[in-house]
Design a binder for this molecule. Structure first.
Ligand SMILES: [Zn+2]
Length: 99
């Protein structure tokens, strides 16, 4: 994976705003989410399992934490097109079109 790609958090926020209707936490009903993201990371990977073995790669996802109760939610990056962008085109992909 090239080092010059990153998760476009502004575009992610816009897509969530456009597509997600119920933003409250399903457990505590608070609506405060944080995106924990290590420097240089584009998200988390959900490992596949084969029998009793877990592979070190799998579905890429974005993880958000409820700031109130700690509930963790995941969104597949495969369903969120163009969230991972090249640095050089960062300014050209910030616009989000409604679907
Ligand atoms: Zn919560």
């Amino acid at each position: 994976m090239p080092r010059d790609i990153h998760l476009d958090t502004g575009r992610l926020a816009n897509i969530f705003k456009a597509r997600i209707k119920n933003t409250g936490c399903p457990f505590c009903e608070h609506d405060e989410w944080e995106l924990p993201l290590q420097a240089g990371a584009t998200g988390v990977g959900l490992p596949w399992a084969r029998g009793q073995e877990y592979l070190r790669f799998g579905t890429p996802a974005v993880m958000l934490n409820c700031k109130h109760c700690g509930f963790v939610r995941l969104h597949s990056l495969n369903a969120l097109a163009n969230i991972i962008v090249q640095d050089e085109c960062k300014t050209s992909v910030l616009e989000v079109s409604d679907e």
